[in-house]
Ligand binder design. Structure first.
Ligand code: ADP
Ligand code: MG
Length: 397
């Protein structure tokens, strides 16, 4: 069960439309604030160029409103500049995705050339999955590669209707998507035991389907972050002012029953008198948070316990920070889990917006097996969902 990859395409002298996910964080001045997603696409791009193909790149950036004046910051100009710097080659950028300027530039593209099209979400047809729009976009190139893992859970035109316009032999996934799918296969179908999931972050409700699906597979599920307090509340404990989803207590009870002893809750907590920098903090043992206090991070005994379980694991998947790590005083638990993942000889995978950000921030991204480039796509994969964007790419013959 493996998809046709860019390796299987004959790209010599061909124009290859690569759907990349260059939806990068932007600084206030519009500069690329974090180029991780651009760097992640380079293996695919260099492979095509190295074999004598040319590149037509298509991506979205941010959430354009449809009002051209407001959408100026969502143009891909800075992204194209950053790509040129990282790949060490000239990059041509046009101001439309389809239409005369894009067509002319695509026609003139010579082998080894790189063309970046304008933000694909400037076109209404993109979100709608419009076939007429897809035909125009597909008409620019000879082959299609999906290397946009972070967008794979979307049915937008450039993800589904565009590849459908190419003969099946001219569609493939890129190396980034291939790598993400390989790690997901390990996590969902072939984990080495003991298999441990670490779940944290803001809400139980965001993660409920992931938790339910992973409970079928893992040996242990270690819980941290704010969702801890919804579970503790569901068990009948007082949690002071900690963040609780009061309307999700039934869901939390159901998960606790389903999980039995597999689900491990923190044995101690770092609490604070306010959920902000400069707060007074202390550590409490046991499941009760005193009145007027906020549970902000897992405590030192929990750190010890979780770190040991992670180090003894065969496979670890982690989503959701253990505390409000953005505030230094509440970052210890998240840092310790990241460090334990880095030190473990297990297959270690991290996914989710803030979780990936935390691992990067602590400088440990290179020390874990994989940091997913997809937040939503990673979580929906862990829920057991399959994506139309990948169904349209054939299996290898
Ligand atoms: P991810 O993006 O990795 O899936 P989430 O979006 O679920 O993670 O949650 C991340 C957020 O949860 C972080 O911004 C963090 O500040 C917050 N958080 C974690 N623990 C707590 C806590 N105990 N109290 C309040 N907020 C918390
Ligand atoms: Mg998040």
């Amino acid at each position: 069960m493996s998809k046709q990859t860019v390796r299987d395409l004959d790209v010599k002298g061909k124009k290859v439309l690569v759907r990349v996910d260059f939806n990068v964080p932007q600084a206030k001045d519009g500069e690329v604030a974090d180029d991780r997603r651009i760097r992640a696409a380079l293996p695919t791009l260099n492979d095509i160029l190295g074999r004598g193909g040319s590149l037509i790149l298509v991506s979205h950036l941010g959430r354009p409103t449809g009002d051209p004046a407001k959408d100026e910051p969502f143009r891909l100009n800075k992204v194209a500049e950053k790509l040129s710097e990282l790949i060490g080659k000239p990059v041509k950028k046009v101001n439309d995705t389809v239409g005369p300027e894009a067509e002319a530039a695509a026609k003139q593209l010579a082998p080894g050339g790189i063309l970046v099209l304008e933000n694909v979400r400037f076109n209404k047809g993109e979100k709608k999955g419009d076939v007429e729009f897809a035909k125009k976009l597909a008409g620019l190139a000879d082959a299609y590669v999906n290397d946009a893992f972070g967008t794979c859970h979307r049915d937008e035109a450039s993800m589904v209707a565009v590849p459908e316009q190419f003969p099946t032999g001219h569609r493939a996934i890129g190396f980034l998507v291939e790598k993400e799918l390989q790690i997901l296969d390990t996590l969902l179908a072939n984990p080495k035991s003991p298999y441990v999931a670490v779940m944290g972050g803001a809400k139980v409700s965001d993660k409920i389907l992931v938790i339910e699906n992973l409970l079928k597979k893992v040996d242990k599920l270690l819980v941290g972050g704010a969702m801890t307090y919804t579970f503790l509340r569901a068990q009948g404990h007082s949690v002071g002012n900690s963040r609780v989803e009061a309307d999700k207590l039934d869901v939390a009870k159901h998960v606790l029953e389903l999980a039995g002893p597999k689900l491990v809750l923190p044995v101690d907590h770092l609490i604070a008198d306010k959920p902000a920098a400069g707060a007074e903090t202390k550590v409490v043992d046991g499941p009760t948070i005193p009145e007027g206090w906020f549970g902000m991070d897992i405590g030192p005994k929990t750190i010890e316990l979780y770190s040991q379980v992670i180090k003894d694991a065969g496979t670890v998947v982690w989503n959701g920070p253990m505390g409000m790590f953005e505030v230094e005083a509440f970052a210890k638990g998240t840092k310790a889990v990241a460090q334990a993942m880095a030190d473990s000889s297990a297959v270690t995978a991290v996914g989710g917006g803030e979780s990936a950000e935390a691992v990067e921030k602590f400088g440990l991204a290179e020390k874990v097996s994989h940091v997913s480039t997809g937040g939503g796509a990673f979580l929906e994969s862990l829920e057991g969902k399959s994506f139309n964007s990948l169904k349209v790419i054939p299996e290898r013959g």
